[in-house]
Design a protein around this ligand. Structure first.
Ligand code: SF4
Length: 495
């Protein structure tokens, strides 16, 4: 889970990139990096932490050029120590051909692809998937003789054939942005698992000739600036090339798949004002709360008040309370902006839960409370919450989730590749309830999830709740072994 951003403009792009990275820090803040291109040189700056830390004393005029990309990183592998995190910052680069690349997502066949590249003489000073994606792209660019193109149209046609080659070679989830000598290339994997939107900013009075074309993991970024239009999610397998000098946009779709967009973006990851596949995340969360209330209407009589776990659970909790005709109380308040999944160890994750919530005792004491949260992945928050609410005098604690029980590991960039860490694997609902100490534990059903999202089931990835994966996962165990081996040697990683 990371954030990617790209701008091609008639104006310098560095300031917009840094402001946008700040907006996408919710997707990861282990490191933040920006690369720009001025037609002759690449300019790079990256470091550990958030955009505000990395660019606090930095003179943005050093990042020259009207095309650029930025990356906010959550490390699923290649972390654990500051040295490793620094080595694995993005964007990654190449000098021949000159490229800068950043990506979001994980490759299932990372190990095999890296081995094949090493046999061809590629070397790796970084462990990130983006480097493998970039090197495979370079291989395919040479195969298609992209650098010998006669003109821009020929260049783009060859480049798109190179992307088709990348699709053949790589298995997994990847949304990618690459600066080339002639412009900015964006592409998604054939199933379009991870998000990436495109948007346009026009020249005043000239809506047919944009003055900027932008890409972002989440459209929340475009809302922040406010003056973008024609915002849309890239299609599964789509490639887009924006010429640096003219801002001319070329697009092609290299996959006929209906796609497998990660439903978890709606449930947990994305910012509420982001929009994917025509659906605003906040509205989806409210509808999921309503579905949950309908599926558990018989439980209504066991509840006095509904609470929501900030931030996602509040939207769903309010809908649920409304549907049930019960009061909703802001009995749990979040302080600070850190999300517990971004913590690097189980101990820190548990501590973050203690530190990030305030509880209003008067809204809880003596009541039978229903608490709505997005998901119950490792069970850490559930257990802590139940204990805390009983300590504050709750008579009963009923936990409700608008994500079904997570029973499958994610190999596509969410940090849950190891099923032994999933609380719902190998446990009945009653065992989960017992383990958490709650009065009841209730999950939305899969049909309820689909209906609440309001999107076709065959356009979504639901693998972590169905174990029906949109790609081959034959090589996934190699990746899990790599991750576990790395974590065994780094005390800071969640085990
Ligand atoms: Fe998203 Fe789950 Fe699919 Fe991973 S397995 S991409 S978290 S829906």
């Amino acid at each position: 889970m990371c954030g990617i951003l790209g701008f091609v403009s008639y104006e310098p792009v560095a300031a917009r990139l840094v402001a946008s990275a700040d907006r996408l820090q919710s997707r990861g803040e282990h490191s933040t990096g920006v690369s720009t291109f001025d037609g002759q040189f690449f300019w790079d700056h990256a470091g550990l932490g958030s955009a505000s830390q990395v660019f606090h004393h930095y003179d943005l005029s050093q990042l020259r050029g009207t095309v650029g990309i930025a990356h906010t990183r959550y490390a699923t592998t290649g972390g654990g120590t500051p040295e490793r995190l620094l080595r694995n910052r993005q964007p990654v680069g190449s000098d021949r051909p000159g490229l800068r690349t950043c990506a979001n997502g994980d490759l299932v066949n990372l190990q095999a692809a890296r081995k094949a590249l090493m046999e061809k003489g590629y070397t790796f000073q970084t462990e990130v998937d983006s480097k493998v994606i970039q090197d495979i792209l370079i291989e395919r660019m040479f195969e298609q003789k992209v650098l010998e193109a006669r003109d821009n149209a020929d260049y783009v046609a060859r480049m798109f054939r190179a992307v088709e080659g990348v699709h053949r070679d790589l298995v997994g989830a990847y949304s990618v942005l690459t600066i080339t000598e002639r412009g900015l290339l964006a592409f998604k994997d054939p199933n379009g698992i991870r998000p990436c939107s495109i948007a346009f900013r026009e020249k005043p009075g000239d809506m047919f000739h944009p003055k900027e074309v932008a890409f972002a993991s989440e459209s929340s970024v475009f809302n922040y600036f406010g003056d973008y239009h024609d915002i849309r999610e890239l299609e599964p397998g789509e490639a887009v090339f924006v010429e640096r000098d003219t801002l001319k946009v070329h697009t092609a779709r290299m996959s006929r798949a209906k796609g497998a967009f990660c439903f978890f973006e709606f449930v947990y990851f994305a910012r509420p004002d982001s929009k994917f596949k025509g659906r605003v995340v906040e509205s989806a969360r409210r509808d999921l709360g309503r579905m949950l209330a309908r599926e558990y209407r018989d439980e209504r009589s066991r509840v006095d008040v509904v609470l929501g776990v900030p931030g996602t659970g509040v939207s769903a909790g309010i809908s649920m309370a409304h549907e049930w005709g019960l009061p909703f109380e802001y009995g749990i308040i979040k302080v600070g902006s850190k999300r517990s999944f971004q913590e690097t160890s189980q101990e820190k994750r548990e501590k973050a839960i203690d530190e990030k919530f305030l509880f209003i005792k008067e809204f809880i004491e003596g009541k039978r409370v229903a608490v709505v949260d997005d998901s119950n992945v490792r069970g850490t928050t559930a257990r802590k919450l139940a204990r805390k609410l009983f300590d504050l005098g709750a008579k009963e604690v009923h936990l409700f989730y608008f994500c079904p029980a997570v029973i499958g590991p994610c190999f596509y960039g969410i940090d849950t590749p190891d099923e032994s860490k999933l609380v719902a694997v190998g446990r009945t609902n009653e065992q989960i309830r017992e383990w958490t100490g709650a009065t009841s534990v209730n999950y939305i059903s899969i049909p309820g999830l689909i209906e609440g999202l309001g999107l076709p089931k065959d356009e979504l990835c639901l693998a972590c709740v169905t174990r029906d994966y949109p790609t081959s996962v034959k090589e996934a165990q190699d990746r899990v072994a790599l991750r576990n081996a790395e974590r065994d040697t780094c005390a800071e990683w969640p085990k």
